[in-house]
Ligand binder design. Structure first.
Ligand SMILES: *Cc1c(COP(=O)(O)O)cnc(C)c1O
Length: 411
């Protein structure tokens, strides 16, 4: 098809030109005396991304799933109990992985699209007076439903119940797009992947471990080979890897972090919020329902949209793809056919989002859904023009305020 493919799945996301160029190059000796410069700069800057001073970042050749596995097998022992709400496909897959490692997750079933029941989790932690629960698994941003959790609430519950369980947070579709503060929120294992907010191809699974997690690591007995933190800590200390690292992706990661810091993390988060608000405004104009039930749960990186029961969301997705070269996210598992998702994360701006909304509208109309042409686009456009534009230079939160941009809608 002529023109650009409109990639609006919530990962993989668009890879910007700058990153593509940074990844093109011949191979080199990863044991040269110059190579550590790259590794050490990446490890230092990943800490800025995770917003941690004391955490230790790890970069594995893997996807987010591999990073889940690395976090679990390095810090737990077979039979360890975990507390894990299941509220979408990604929390489901993580729980499944934990079981395969011989762990014992206590699963809290939550209707997909609903909030995690914090009161129930608090009760379970309070009742666990012998502290048999070793970890809490929480997906920050459940990409299948578009529900984003407040990790601060989870931390407060652990603190209030004085429960020592480690806090494992999947930030695959939030880190680098939605504010994520590892230290401030007391996250012990933070997990992400390369193909979402970091705007890279898939292939890197990253974990950041708190000092407490590293301490537990020494006595944890789950079997680990490739993902052993110990090998990585030893080699990384000098800027090397225990095996051949994915060189192209590491150069891409260098460029991705440069781009995020040049824009400024606060500005990146504000941009994602603004684009998400535009999408949400369009969904309301279409008079369709959100999978994420309560407005404050709705994610700034992905919106899952429910189609009326007489329509098949998979049909909308296929028409969008075949006729308009627009890739929308499918409904996963129990949401298959019921929802489609618009991913709005990574290298995006307003006009790109408006284009995706236009294509979505056309596809919905093509399958005879009752959508007024231009209604969603017009609503989003109105929203974008009556609110502040995306800051195009690096500005701090204070500067934004000082320069008279309203902060209310952005933060
Ligand atoms: C994409 C994603 C993952 C990881 O998936 P991979 O395909 O293994 O990279 C994990 N959790 C969430 C929330 C995700 O969005």
């Amino acid at each position: 098809m002529p023109g650009q493919n409109f990639l609006f799945v919530p990962g993989p996301t668009n890879v910007p030109e700058r990153i593509m160029r940074a990844m093109v190059g011949g191979m080199e000796d990863h044991r040269s005396s110059r190579f550590p410069e790259l590794t050490l700069s990446l490890l230092t800057d990943l800490k800025r991304l995770f917003q941690t001073e004391s955490g230790q970042p790890f970069i594995f050749s893997a996807t987010g799933t591999g990073a889940w596995e690395a976090a679990l097998c390095n810090t737990l022992s077979p039979g360890d109990r975990l507390l894990a709400p299941r509220f979408g496909q990604f929390s489901h897959l993580w729980i499944d992985l934990a079981k395969r490692h011989g762990l014992d997750p206590q699963v809290l079933e939550v209707p997909w699209g609903n909030a995690v029941p914090l009161d129930q989790m608090e009760r379970m932690l309070a009742e666990d007076t012998n502290h048999t629960i070793k970890g809490v698994l929480l997906v920050h941003n459940e990409t299948s439903t578009g529900v984003c959790n407040d990790i601060r609430d989870m931390r407060r519950i652990l603190d209030d119940t004085k429960h020592p369980a480690l806090l494992y947070v999947d930030g695959v579709s939030s880190i680098g797009s939605i504010d994520f503060r590892m230290d401030e929120w007391g996250v012990d294992l933070a997990i992400t992947g390369s193909q979402k907010g970091l705007m890279l191809p898939p292939g890197l699974g990253m974990v950041c471990a708190s000092p407490r997690a590293l301490k537990v690591h020494r006595s944890a007995t789950c079997t680990r080979g490739f993902f052993d933190f110990a090998d990585m800590i030893k080699a990384n200390a000098n800027g090397y890897f225990p095996y051949t690292p994915p060189l192209s992706l590491l150069y891409g990661l260098r460029e991705s972090l440069n781009m995020l810091f040049e824009e400024g993390l606060d500005a990146v988060f504000a941009r994602h919020h603004r684009l998400a608000e535009g999408v949400r405004t369009a969904v309301q104009a279409w008079k369709l329902d959100f999978c994420a039930q309560e407005p404050q749960l709705r994610s700034d990186t992905v919106t899952a949209i429910v189609v009326p029961p007489e329509f098949n969301a998979a049909h909308v997705i296929d028409v969008a793809f075949r006729r308009y070269d627009l890739a929308l996210g499918a409904g996963l598992a129990e949401l298959a056919g019921k929802v489609f998702r618009i991913g709005h994360l990574g290298d995006l701006n307003e006009v790109m989002v408006l284009g995706a909304l236009a294509g979505t509208e056309m596809a919905m109309r093509d399958v005879n859904m009752d959508i007024v042409a231009g209604s969603g686009v017009a609503a989003a456009e109105e929203y974008f023009s009556r609110t502040d534009p995306i800051p195009k230079k690096k500005v701090s939160r204070e500067q934004l305020f000082y320069e008279g941009h309203s902060t209310g809608s952005l933060y």
